[in-house]
Design a binder for this molecule. Structure first.
Ligand code: SF4
Ligand code: SF4
Length: 306
């Protein structure tokens, strides 16, 4: 039985008109908090489950209000605008509240189910007659299972298509519970070798692979995705293992290859975090084409991009 209390969820963004998060036009709900820490993560603001502060010194007009108000003395005026010392900052949010130039931004807040549904309902006219709907992404939506389940049920009452974009790292019980209400899983396969998987994501892949198998055997709709990360998982051995495993799953006949790019670098800078993908070059067309061929050789239909 679903919990009848009304849990709230921590989100860091709601994106409208999303075109790459499932069929047709989507509203994508970004859950905050993820059990993985992938070197190539494009949403670093979603990794930890708490409030984060983004600082944009170029917007600073030099009034000095935030530095006076900061309880941690974490702010100081630099040549390029107000600088935040992440080692001192406790993410209290005071600077974001008072800055007249929006040079500090608080990322993440608690939302109730009804608040999120109000945002989704604004988009209902765009979904009519399409396979469009709502995608729950992150961060990791399975890390907030009560809130996710309530959101899926509420969207189901409106007849909306519901996709869950997941890394698959959750208990089997959570996966079964969520699968009852989801129309599609967008499921990332990051690395087939457990040691390498742990090295680049922080966790072993055994639970992820068993959850993926569980979903496939239960008849869930799954869109597999392979983020292709140069020097990490784009070697022929890993691509072959990925393809053979994917092709062995009941109902899975296709996979999306997602070439790596470093567009998220500026987000890390705003968060005051080092960019963990510094050592990763962009995907080159040859390695993308090679991955596509290897996956096709396993009998999979392959699409580049999501
Ligand atoms: S409050 Fe905003 S505009 Fe004023 S010094 Fe701080 S960052 Fe700059
Ligand atoms: S969020 Fe950080 S920098 Fe901003 S006022 Fe709080 S402690 Fe200071």
């Amino acid at each position: 039985m679903p919990n009848t209390a009304s849990p709230s969820g921590t989100l860091f963004a709601i994106k409208r008109y999303a075109l790459h998060d499932g069929p047709d036009l989507r509203v994508t709900i970004f859950f905050k908090g993820c059990p993985l820490s992938c070197h190539w993560c494009h949403n670093p603001e979603g990794i930890d489950g708490g409030l984060r502060i983004l600082s944009l010194p170029a917007k600073c007009v030099g009034c000095g209000e935030c530095a006076l108000a900061c309880p941690q003395n974490a702010l100081s005026q630099g040549s390029g605008g107000m600088q935040r010392n992440p080692a001192l900052c406790t993410a209290c949010g005071t600077c974001a509240e008072i800055c007249p130039a929006l040079a500090h931004e608080a990322v993440g807040r608690q939302w109730s189910v009804s608040e999120v549904m109000s945002e989704i309902e604004k988009e209902l006219p765009f979904f009519a007659g399409t396979r469009g709907g709502v995608t729950f992404s992150g961060g990791e939506p399975l890390a907030q299972p009560e809130f996710l389940e309530r959101m899926l049920i509420a969207c189901g009452h409106l007849g909306l298509h519901r996709a869950v974009d997941t890394c698959g790292f959750a208990s089997a019980e959570t996966v079964r519970r969520i699968a009852r209400h989801a129309d599609l899983f967008l499921f990332d396969l990051k690395h087939m070798d457990p040691v390498s998987h742990r090295l680049v994501t922080g966790v072993d892949n055994a639970l992820i692979l068993s959850n993926l198998t569980l979903l496939a055997q239960s008849g869930a709709q799954i869109q597999l995705r392979l983020p292709l990360i140069p020097g990490i998982n784009d070697n022929a051995d890993n691509i072959g293992r990925t393809g053979r495993f994917a092709a062995s799953l009941p109902g899975v006949r296709d996979i999306d290859v997602l070439p790596y790019h470093s567009a998220a670098r500026s987000k890390y800078a705003k968060l005051g975090l080092p960019y963990p993908g510094d050592h990763i070059p962009p995907s080159d067309p040859q390695s993308v084409n090679r991955a596509v061929s290897l996956l096709q050789n396993c009998g999979l239909s392959v699409r580049i991009g999501g």
